[in-house]
Design a binder for this molecule. Structure first.
Ligand SMILES: C[S@@+](CC[C@H](N)C(=O)[O-])C[C@H]1O[C@@H](n2cnc3c(N)ncnc32)[C@H](O)[C@@H]1O
Length: 374
């Protein structure tokens, strides 16, 4: 059995662990900004294709004691790199973590790269070219006090880049964060879902993908493992085929979004089209002041602009008061979830929240405010 580590944003470990367990992960445990788990190659492909929260799935290939640059060079050179890459494959190294002697990730990555290519040259008389942007094999090295963990990055680019979002508005949410917040809210697809500040549509689209059981990886053009020497194309094609056939045809309740900006609504429609959701999700251009509830009850989700990212706090106070008024007067019977990165602005909504769930949006500490509207 292989050992894997799924990297996730800070605070999302437990939810990601549940997701990985549901996909068949064994010995699942929370780490710092990630989830440890075990499984076979099929599970590796499945997590890349189906998991909605992780950024990257790393396959652990070695771990050794490492105090300084010499230990690092020797430990990396001992690994049988012929198992993972030949000189025809390009290489890049990503380093994270540090200790007293290895406190510059660039230097750590360079030392690792040197050790790998030196071993290749000694053994084979040739070495892999370096391709920092699009490597065939991406090696990940993590220094944790006096240990060095060596992994291969099976995802390539971060999995939050689903591939459906060719265009984004200002301050878009990461797709994985939108998916995580929807899971936290306990929204179920038999209830309408509406985002009145939808921007490029990330929240409604992620809700649509969940409701129709659409694997988030289906829109990506490539994954890191596809250029590994041991890539099992038949296994991968079968998993993709299965995921396509597991897609449900129709929604149980409406999913919709609106925004005052005509250009972002066009982007939202284009993004939904890439997912094949253009008929299922309705997007319309509308100012918050003019929206009406699309049904008697449902879940409203939005991430309004807040000081750190858009506009100034003074204009925004008025905007949050309007949001509170619209929720109170026109969304009776609904549950609203409002993302907030600014306590004062959130209080301008003027409604009593029934729950405040803390989370991080990148490095910004935020709250998901829940309002029961009656
Ligand atoms: C933080 S962005 C939302 C981003 C979105 N969740 C995404 O992932 O793309 C806030 C959105 O609120 C919209 N907005 C601001 N004022 C508005 C108003 N008065 N009525 C409707 N939309 C408004 C902006 O156009 C912007 O798209």
């Amino acid at each position: 059995m292989n050992q894997y580590f799924a990297t996730v944003a800070r605070g999302w470990e437990s939810l990601a662990a549940i997701e990985i367990e549901n996909l068949g992960g064994k010995s699942v445990s929370n780490g710092f900004c990630g989830v440890n788990f075990c499984g076979d190659r099929q599970l590796l492909y499945k997590t890349n294709l189906h998991a909605r929260l992780p950024f990257r799935i790393l396959l652990k290939i070695d771990e050794f004691p490492c105090q300084d640059a010499d230990d690092l060079y020797r430990g990396i050179k001992k690994i049988d790199w012929q198992l993972y890459l030949s000189p025809d494959y390009s290489l890049a190294v990503n380093a994270t973590g540090k200790n007293k002697a290895l406190n510059h990730t660039h230097f750590t990555a360079l030392q690792v790269k040197n050790a790998i290519v030196d071993r290749q040259r000694e053994e084979l008389g040739d070495r892999s070219p370096i391709d920092p942007k699009n490597p065939d094999v991406l090696v990940n090295v993590h220094i944790d006090r006096d240990r060095c963990l060596v992994s291969l990055d099976s995802s390539g680019s971060s999995l939050h880049r689903r591939g459906y979002r060719r265009a984004v508005g200002s301050a878009p949410l990461k797709e994985s964060l939108a998916a995580g917040l929807i899971s936290l809210s306990d929204w179920q697809p038999d209830l309408p879902f509406f985002d009145p500040l939808c921007g490029s549509g990330t929240l409604p689209i992620e809700a649509g993908l969940q409701a129709l059981n659409i694997a988030p990886g289906l829109f990506r053009t490539n994954f890191g493992f596809e250029t590994w020497p041991d890539f099992d194309r038949t296994l991968w094609n079968n998993l993709v085929k299965q995921a396509r056939s597991d897609r449900k045809d129709s929604l149980m309740a409406g999913i919709s979004g609106s925004d005052r900006d005509r250009d972002v609504i066009k982007q939202a429609r284009d993004n939904a089209f890439i997912c094949g959701l253009e008929k299922q999700i309705q997007f319309q251009q509308k100012d918050l002041a003019r929206i009406e509830a699309p049904a008697d009850r449902g879940v409203l989700f939005c991430n309004p602009p807040y000081g750190a990212r858009l506009g100034s706090d003074r204009d925004l106070g008025e905007f949050y008061r309007l949001l509170g008024k619209v929720l109170k007067e026109r969304f009776k019977g609904w549950t609203a979830f409002v993302l907030s990165g600014n306590k004062q602005l959130a209080s301008s909504i003027g409604l009593k929240s029934s729950q405040r769930i803390p989370f991080y949006n990148g490095s910004i500490p935020c709250k998901l405010m829940k309002y029961e509207l009656y």
